[in-house]
Design a binder for this molecule. Structure first.
Ligand SMILES: Cc1cc2nc3c(=O)[nH]c(=O)nc-3n(C[C@H](O)[C@H](O)[C@H](O)COP(=O)(O)OP(=O)(O)OC[C@H]3O[C@@H](n4cnc5c(N)ncnc54)[C@H](O)[C@@H]3O)c2cc1C
Length: 412
């Protein structure tokens, strides 16, 4: 009997899950993809919009070009999820499901920090990255404060990458003398989830570009009148330009569904991405996937919110559902192996690759910054944004070649 699978969100995880299921399931099974926005934007390229290396149009696509034929696309906002009655509602319609994949990502909530909404630039949205580019071009000089306002946040490499790209932006214009870049974060080190060794190397990498790094700084408020940042338990810090990564929260429809943990994210099984409700899976930024052996209530260690994991989790959830429907062999399970390409400016990038959930320590190493990782990132962007109809041919070869490079044993 035909089953109905509803996928909520057509970002990284939702697109991968829906496309992957469509490829593997017969047409008697219905796949409905619900997304509130008609356009898909490629967030890893927002920092390039910030520095003028990309325009908005270059990294935005109509969702329909990225979705396989045979998937019903519903452009509407999901407003209710009922995991008991197994129904989701949008503003226009309700959908009963046999299987549900929740891939609704994380919302940015600047208003949770007093003074932040009106006084900080951000490169965490496309519009924000565009505005920040204009502001950087017109900056007269002084202290740029780049602040990770709270945990967790998407892409643990992004603040370091942004700091290095901004440094490179001013260097290109021979204006590096006029800016001081400061990176503040509540974390103990860069990318704590990847372990102390990688954190140390990444810290060296940013400091060698003249960026000052301040761990253990939790933003409490912004005093725009005096251009000061108030951090918990620290003396106020002056800034001339403020760039912030706003607090992240699950979208309201998920919070209201009563399916989140105390931290406000959907807990899932680390191997299968199953949530605690019949037929329900969650993938990507909306999930909370605690790392075995590294869970500490004081410093919760969870899998980072990152596109690479949303991508891999989308594939795993799809495979679990396909196998369940077809009564097939045990499905693929999530391994925790992922990578992060960190742009360092001047056309080079570093690569962090390894197992982020290995016990008792992560096995992730940072490869020396070089041009090939930067090229790899450009190629991946091109592949991701290519219409599905052309992806299969040349881009598949490129991706396969790239994947082989990434899988070379990693040495410092
Ligand atoms: C500046 C920046 C740089 C990044 N760089 C990298 C990188 O280099 N590498 C990496 O791995 N990751 C990177 N990331 C992180 C990556 O983009 C995210 O982790 C990834 O997009 C998460 O995928 P997702 O499917 O969980 O959520 P998303 O891709 O955010 O998709 C969620 C979708 O749900 C939709 N939605 C939300 N609410 C509703 C609703 N109520 N109804 C209908 N639709 C809804 C949204 O419109 C969105 O399309 C970066 C992120 C940023 C912001």
């Amino acid at each position: 009997m035909g089953q109905t699978i509803v996928v909520l969100g057509a970002g990284v995880g939702g697109l991968i899950a829906a496309n992957s299921m469509r490829l593997q399931l017969g047409q008697e099974h219905r796949i409905v993809l619900i997304e509130k926005s008609r356009d898909h934007t490629f967030a890893p390229s927002f920092p390039w919009v910030m520095t003028g290396y990309r325009t908005s149009g270059q990294i935005t696509r109509d969702i329909r070009s990225l979705v396989r034929q045979g998937i019903e696309i519903v452009i509407d906002e999901a407003i209710n999820i009922d995991c008991t009655k197994r129904v989701v509602s949008t503003k226009q319609k309700s959908f009963n499901y046999d299987y549900l994949v929740i891939a609704l990502g994380a919302d940015l909530r600047s208003e949770l920090i007093p003074g932040l909404p009106d006084n900080a630039y951000t490169f965490y949205t496309l519009d924000g990255a565009r505005k920040l580019h204009e502001a950087l071009k017109n900056f007269k000089g002084g202290d740029i404060a780049l602040v990770v306002s709270s945990m967790p946040y998407k892409c643990p490499g992004a603040p370091h990458e942004a700091a290095m790209l901004i440094s490179s932006f001013f260097q290109r214009q021979s204006q590096s003398q006029k800016v001081n870049i400061h990176l503040f974060t509540p974390e103990s080190q860069p990318m704590p989830v990847a372990g102390p060794q990688l954190g140390g190397v990444l810290k060296q990498m940013i400091e060698s570009r003249g960026i000052k790094y301040y761990p253990f700084h939790k933003l409490a408020s912004v005093d725009a009148e005096n251009k000061e940042l108030r951090f918990e338990g620290k003396t106020p810090v002056h800034y001339d330009m403020l760039i912030a990564i706003p607090p992240h929260r699950a979208p309201a429809v998920v919070l209201n569904a009563g399916i989140t943990n105390e931290a406000g994210w959907i807990p899932v099984d680390g191997a299968t991405l199953k949530a605690n409700y019949k037929g329900v899976f969650a993938v990507g930024d909306i999930t909370s996937l605690s790392i075995p052996g590294r869970w500490n209530p004081e410093v919760p260690m969870v899998l980072p919110k990152a596109g690479i994991f949303a991508h891999l989790e989308g594939e795993i959830a799809a495979s679990q559902i396909v196998v369940a429907i077809n009564n097939g062999k045990p499905a693929a399970q999530f391994s925790g192996i992922g990578y992060c390409i960190i742009e360092a400016g001047q056309g080079v990038a570093g690569l962090a690759y390894g197992n982020f959930i290995a016990e008792p320590h992560p096995q992730v190493l940072l490869r020396k910054a070089g041009r090939r990782w930067h090229i790899g990132r450009v190629l991946f962007e091109k592949w991701w944004l290519a219409p599905l109809t052309t992806r299969g041919s040349i881009f598949r070869h490129v991706l396969n070649a790239g994947t082989k490079i990434y899988k070379v044993p990693v040495k410092l």
